[in-house]
Design a binder for this molecule. Structure first.
Ligand SMILES: NC(=O)c1ccc[n+]([C@@H]2O[C@H](COP(=O)([O-])OP(=O)(O)OC[C@H]3O[C@@H](n4cnc5c(N)ncnc54)[C@H](OP(=O)(O)O)[C@@H]3O)[C@@H](O)[C@H]2O)c1
Length: 414
């Protein structure tokens, strides 16, 4: 059981003991707190075991959460559960250049433009930044982390860091730059850690153990990405399209891409998503691939630390949460399906869900609201004994974004 699946209470349902207010709190800022990812990070951080981790590591540590968004939603109230050791001002503040004074860890989920402008300011003020956007992922000096796969890349980025038992590297813990957080063993100097693209996270959790077992040569995938992958407004648009659809006549009111008078300008996607699939996520590049497809290729190579050939076709589908992917993996070595099942059964973060005769295979409704990556529909290729086919599904707001970021936070404070 990982830390994130444990309650913040003991087995009698009482708050865990050991937290007091005598020591300075660990201050976590959430930028983009009203958004799909940011609001989930706030909720999960308030309720999950980060507090227990702090407690375990450093009796007396408490947590303070500060919520930020744009001017548009400054003043909005976000109700978070009352948890022992947590203090939170539920009123969202407008993000400004001085928002990071006194902040230990800043979780960014407000898009690349905001991250590019404000993350360096947060670091300048002594905060460790964990960034959900694409702003820093391609920077070779910035670790791109999926904790089940490459937690040690935080160490390789030159950070003195305790508690990450990977690669047999021993590290001393160094207190936070300005000594504000002597009790909080944070990476020093303050740094940016990038949270990967949601498909890259989910697929890497499933692919990495197989790569280690059989030597990965190439990845081909087609994705089925839900509306919420494009944010809260996109998810709301799909819900509103669905709720206003009552009879077949309503089909004619949906945007028709072949009608030149209907530019679909008010919509979140290039075309209506209800009753449709859209084989475009992000802008197109000159060679006909999209931004999203390129991110997946680059990021999988960086996370898996291998220049594996990777081709993706990314498709938006009318589901609300969870991204799924049909993946073909080419290996250097031959394998048997029972071996592959054993590898996946023991893989961190993976749920092997591979009983098609009982209707058990990964689907968005299976993986949504969980922190795990579901893997099933395992088949050997009919023509090539070193080629495996599988279907994967994971909640992209959770493991594909918020939970992965909080796992990184947990690594950072260990
Ligand atoms: N959705 C996913 O599945 C997913 C998965 C992985 C990574 N990500 C990444 O996570 C980030 C957030 O995505 P999302 O889906 O949560 O988007 P979202 O639902 O549209 O939320 C965007 C958030 O950013 C805030 N924001 C926008 N402009 C701002 C500004 N100038 N200053 C401060 N805050 C600002 C918004 O606040 P207001 O309420 O004030 O507008 C809102 O809280 C993006 O970089 C995205 O690529 C998303």
């Amino acid at each position: 059981m990982d830390a994130y699946s444990q309650p913040n209470t003991n087995n009698k349902g009482e708050p865990r003991k050991g937290l007091d207010t005598a020591t300075p709190p660990l201050v976590v800022a959430i930028v983009g707190a009203t958004g799909a990812v940011g609001s989930l990070m706030a909720r999960e951080l308030a309720t999950m075991d980060a507090l227990n981790t702090l407690n375990t590591l450093n009796t007396g540590t408490t947590l303070e959460i500060r919520l930020f968004a744009s001017k548009r939603s400054a003043g909005t109230k976000i109700n978070l559960p009352a948890t022992a050791g947590l203090s939170v001002n539920p009123i969202v503040q407008e993000l400004t250049e001085s928002s990071f004074k006194g902040v230990d860890i800043a979780l960014f989920a407000a898009g690349a433009t905001v991250s590019r402008r404000y993350a360096p300011l947060a670091v300048g003020d002594g905060a460790v930044v964990i960034d959900n956007s694409s702003a820093f992922r391609t920077d070779t000096t910035i670790p791109l982390v999926v904790p089940e796969v490459n937690a040690a890349s935080i160490i390789r980025a030159g950070v003195a860091h305790a508690g990450v038992a990977h690669d047999s590297v021993a590290h001393d813990s160094v207190a936070h730059a300005d000594n504000r957080g002597e009790q909080h063993h944070l990476p020093t100097p303050p740094m940016i850690i990038a949270n990967p693209n949601c498909v890259a996270i989910i697929s890497a959790v499933a692919i990495n153990p197989l790569h280690h077992a059989y030597g990965l040569e190439s990845v081909e995938m087609t994705t089925f990405q839900s509306a919420s992958g494009a944010g809260m407004a996109a998810m709301n648009e799909l819900v509103s399209q669905a709720s206003s659809f009552t009879t077949m006549d309503d089909l004619s009111t949906l945007h028709n891409p072949r009608n030149p008078d209907d530019d679909g300008a008010t919509r979140q996607f290039a075309h209506p998503l209800l009753f449709n699939v859209i084989p475009q996520i992000g802008d197109f590049h000159g060679d006909g691939t999209t931004e999203e497809e390129d991110k997946i290729r680059f990021e999988l190579q960086k996370i898996l630390q291998t220049p594996v050939r990777c081709t993706a076709t990314c498709v938006r589908v009318p589901t609300l949460t969870s991204h799924s992917m049909s993946i073909a993996l080419q290996f250097r070595d031959e394998f048997t399906l029972p071996e592959v099942e054993a590898v996946l059964r023991n893989a961190p973060g993976v749920v092997l869900y591979n009983n098609h005769l009982e209707g058990e295979y990964p689907m968005p409704l299976v993986s949504s609201n969980t922190h795990k990556v579901y893997v099933g529909r395992l088949r050997k290729d009919k023509y090539d004994p070193k080629r495996l086919h599988m279907f994967v599904s994971g909640d992209q707001l959770r493991k594909g974004a918020a939970i992965n970021a909080l796992q990184i936070l947990e690594l950072a404070i260990k």
